[in-house]
Design a protein around this ligand. Structure first.
Ligand code: PMP
Length: 287
């Protein structure tokens, strides 16, 4: 039996899981989504993901036809039906089937899709050796135009940046905001370590408020590490002692080179490794 995909209350075989070509999620990127992990059958940070999904939907005036509790149950059921313990869960809410015009009021009602699968974002060896990233010319969306806080189905800004990174031989791109300050990567938030303190751009830099970012800041504070959300420039990164990225799929991954410049000694730093270890421990015990 193959993988089953949830669409609006029904579980379909993977190759039968389809949406209409008139869905505004497809026609206009009109919708929101979440990427969630399950570790050993426990869904990590599910409440935080529900909170962000419902807020993303609210920000684009999209009604999710479930309570958070009901959606959580549907996610749990889909995961269990597929017999998955370690999984990547993609929850998508689209505006639903409409006409060829933009008007969301002409859509029949939002559609909820839950896909459960496995994921490997970066090869294992990069967690040991560290990742190389590159600053790209594509600027992060201006928050006043389309807030990066909204995890919408329109990821073109990130995809354009990703294309530049791949063309430069890197797996991830560093995106700056219109002020030239560090924002985030295409699918990950960024941190540096300077003089023993952990620094990361604030929400006002125009970032997605990552759930892994929040968890890592929490872990660090509990460890007595000073954590500051402050604007960073490229030169702050070049002169950092350590650098790493966080994300649901990536978890905590060290960065050792940015724009072909070595960060610190060019190997994953001690604080990065400590936080990575503590994050792993948390995924092994917490929901
Ligand atoms: N920034 C962007 C643009 C993202 O898409 C993501 C999620 N992949 C992140 C940051 C990291 O957020 P989270 O830790 O919640 O996965």
């Amino acid at each position: 039996m193959g993988l089953k995909v949830y669409i609006d209350g029904t579980l379909y075989e993977k190759d039968q899981a389809k949406v209409s070509v008139f869905d505004h999620g497809l026609l206009y990127g009109d919708g929101v989504f979440e990427g969630i992990r399950a570790y050993a059958g426990r869904i990590f940070q599910l409440d935080a993901h529900m909170e962000r999904l419902f807020n993303s939907a609210k920000a684009i005036a999209l009604k999710i036809p479930f309570s958070q509790q009901e959606l959580k149950q549907a996610i749990r059921n889909t995961l269990d039906t597929n017999g998955l313990k370690d999984a990547y869960i993609r929850v998508v809410v689209t505006r639903g089937v409409g006409t060829l015009g933009l008007d969301p009021n002409k859509c029949s009602g939002s559609s909820v899709i839950i896909i459960t699968d496995t994921i490997t974002l970066y090869p294992d060896e990069l967690y040991e050796k560290g990742l190389e990233i590159v600053t790209v010319a594509t600027m992060r969306n201006h928050p006043a135009a389309l807030s990066p806080r909204i995890k919408s189905l329109n990821y073109l800004n990130n995809i354009l940046a990703k294309i530049e990174a791949i063309n430069a031989g890197c797996l991830e791109a560093l995106m700056l905001n219109v002020d030239g300050l560090v924002a985030e990567c295409t699918g990950d938030n960024i941190f540096i370590v300077r003089n023993g303190a952990l620094l990361t751009p604030p929400e006002t830099a125009g970032i997605l408020k990552g759930i892994t970012r929040d968890v890592v800041m929490d872990i660090a504070r509990k460890e007595g590490i000073e954590v500051r959300e402050e604007n960073l420039t490229k030169s702050d990164l070049f002169t950092a002692d350590e650098c790493f990225l966080t994300g649901t799929a990536a978890e905590v991954i060290p960065v050792v080179k940015i724009d072909q410049r070595q960060i610190g000694p060019g190997t994953p730093g001690p604080i990065t490794q400590r936080l990575r270890g503590l994050f792993k421990e948390l995924t092994e015990k917490e929901e």
